[in-house]
Design a protein around this ligand. Structure first.
Ligand SMILES: [Zn+2]
Length: 240
């Protein structure tokens, strides 16, 4: 019933832009951050994933990040990623703005993906802005604890946004424009706790939410479905 209601909203309120968070990838075996079983339940993000930590102890940050890379590169897109790619293919989703760094939307076939927290695709040199692709970074990590810039020798920074770091300006600008132009922002698998991305639905004329558990904006949503992303989006596709 609620999937049918969401399908009707998507059909009626074009353009529709999707905003995804960790909950869209948990069904791919990728742990989220903030739930009771999430990554930050055991580890302090400011020790392993913040800009000050990277400056103080890049080896520790890379140790943590390399473990994540191994998990993320072994994961595969799930029914939710596939359904969102199919919705774009049918012209019912304009773009996917994602907080996820795992590349699973792209691997599922989504064409227009805006990565507002960066991605595991590459690492960057803070000195000369060289971009090193993930395969080359992993090859370096086989030989030493931190990868370095082949051009200037500085320690590379993971291509994901660290705590204390600004979001990539071009991606955030594009995400904001997409939200402002949308007649529906569909939030999937995000508890909308991490700003400024959590504010994007408020830029749109209306939004709907698919998420297990409450979000910060439930009472303002046109529709809230408290269920898993894969099952819900598959049902929405069937209803369209
Ligand atoms: Zn460099």
């Amino acid at each position: 019933m609620s999937a049918a209601a969401l399908a009707a909203l998507i059909r009626e309120r074009q353009p529709c832009v999707v905003l995804t968070g960790a909950g869209v990838s948990t069904e791919s075996g990728i742990p989220d951050f903030r739930s009771a079983t999430g990554i930050w339940a055991d580890i302090d993000p400011f020790e392993v994933a913040s800009l000050p930590a990277f400056r103080r102890d890049p080896e520790r940050v890379w140790r943590f990040y390399r473990e994540r890379l191994d998990v993320l590169r072994d994961a595969n897109p799930n029914a939710a990623h596939v359904a969102l790619a199919e919705l774009e293919e049918r012209g019912l989703v304009q773009a996917v703005v994602t907080q996820n760094i795992d590349l699973l939307h792209t691997r599922a076939g989504s064409q227009d993906v805006v990565e507002v927290h960066g991605s595991i695709r590459s690492a960057q040199c803070p000195g000369c802005l060289w971009t090193e692709q993930a395969d080359a970074v992993l090859a370096q990590l086989e030989a030493r604890p931190t990868p370095t810039c082949p051009r200037c020798g500085e320690v590379l920074k993971p291509g994901v946004v660290l705590f204390g770091e600004l979001l990539p300006a071009a991606a955030m600008e594009r995400a904001t424009q997409l939200a402002r132009g949308a007649r529906l922002v569909l939030v999937v698998g995000s508890s909308l706790e991490v700003w400024p991305v959590a504010g994007l639905p408020l830029e749109a004329r209306a939004f709907a939410i698919v998420n297990r558990g409450p979000t910060a904006l439930d009472e303002h949503a046109l529709l809230k479905i408290d269920a898993g992303a894969g099952e819900t989006l598959s049902a929405v596709l069937d209803a369209l």
